[in-house]
Design a binder for this molecule. Structure first.
Ligand code: GLU
Length: 345
């Protein structure tokens, strides 16, 4: 028996924790052409069969009663709004009807932080929800997915994780979905909180340890409720670079964008041509959020931005700001309100 499982048994009056395991695909259950296929296994399009990953880690049952729940399995860049809504509904059902104490979602690492943030802002239950992935396929030499999965179940079964929002667990490290981002294409320590750091660790002695907790509202404390929604308002991300004109911005508006995240240079500076196109979009009622392409640090609502009627992205990566803006637009199109939402979450 692992130490944290033992503690959980004590607090749950001798009931073993129940953890649901939802597989959405990604690297963790991918199979490469051989043990050294560490880079292009996704192109082989091969996955472990149902139950194979769980059966390969029998130690899971020493931590919790683990139940595999069917879902669709995809490379993570294929995930759409519909999948996100279905996940929220499934998590609610697993907690309410199946009385799960925690939920683990396996996910491709490429967009893991986007799904995790969406769930962090929209799941209306306080049970631990842990999103886990791997950097090496299940068939690889030194595959990291097996231990990541075990650690994710440890965290999901841990009373210490209750009320901490959606968490990610890879490389023994627990991050808040709000803060985490993928920082390297192939390294196993790719997930980092950058300026904000991790919340804790699922450590090698089997213990789940938190050193920090999220202070911004999440899950049950947010104003976002996606029940009954089938699509999010369209929000596009436009990246600045030397010589960028307004073509991408005009195209986003033409495609019906209700909001644009401008990933500007430095502390949030688009080119003059982009500035003009964004002003035009803003005048047409499109919500503009100024962010940065830098990868860390805040983009603030400067007096200049306030005058233009644009908001600042805080320290969210542009693709995460897209999730928050899309959710904000389900509630309001008022830019002062939208800035409040970015300052709150
Ligand atoms: N490392 C994988 C790739 O880039 C991740 C796959 C995924 O996110 O589904 O192909």
């Amino acid at each position: 028996m692992f130490p944290d499982a033992q503690r959980y048994l004590e607090v749950t009056e001798f009931r073993r924790p129940r953890v649901a395991l939802i597989f959405t695909g990604g690297t963790i259950d991918s199979v490469g052409t051989d043990r050294l296929d560490l880079a292009w296994y996704i192109e082989a399009g091969k996955r472990l069969d149902d139950h194979e990953l769980v059966n390969a880690v029998p130690e899971l049952q020493g931590i919790a009663d683990v139940t595999e729940v069917p879902f669709r399995r995809l490379p993570s860049q294929s995930i759409k709004d519909r999948d996100l809504f279905d996940l929220v509904e499934l998590i609610h059902r697993l907690v309410d009807e199946d009385k799960m104490d925690g939920v683990v979602i396996t996910h491709g690492t490429n967009t893991l932080e986007e799904t995790a943030l969406f769930l962090h802002l929209t799941v209306k239950r306080d049970r631990p929800v842990v999103v886990v992935g791997a950097m090496r396929p299940a068939s690889a030499i030194s595959a990291d997915g097996y231990l990541n999965l075990l650690n994710a179940v440890r965290v999901a079964a841990s009373p210490a994780a209750v009320g901490k929002g959606v968490l990610t667990v890879l490389n023994d490290t627990i991050h808040s979905a709000r803060d985490v981002t993928k920082t390297a294409t192939y390294r196993v320590d790719t997930f980092q909180g950058r300026d904000l750091g991790p919340l804790g660790y699922a450590d090698n002695d089997g213990r789940v340890l938190f050193y920090h907790q999220p202070v911004r509202p999440h899950t049950t404390a947010t104003e976002f409720d996606v029940t009954g929604l089938h699509a999010l308002p369209r929000v596009d991300v436009v990246v600045s670079y030397l010589g960028a004109d307004g073509v991408m911005i005009d195209a986003a508006v033409g495609a019906g964008a209700k909001g644009i995240i401008s990933a500007g240079t430095g502390a949030g500076r688009p080119t003059p041509a982009e500035d003009a196109a964004l002003d035009k979009a803003s005048a047409a009622g499109v919500a503009i959020i100024q962010g940065t392409r830098v990868g860390s640090g805040r983009t603030v609502q400067s007096p200049g931005l306030k005058k233009k009627g644009w908001a600042g992205a805080d320290n969210l990566q542009p693709w995460k700001a897209r999730i928050l803006l899309a959710l904000a637009l389900t509630k309001t199109s008022d830019i002062t309100e939208i800035q409040r939402i970015f300052d709150t979450y």
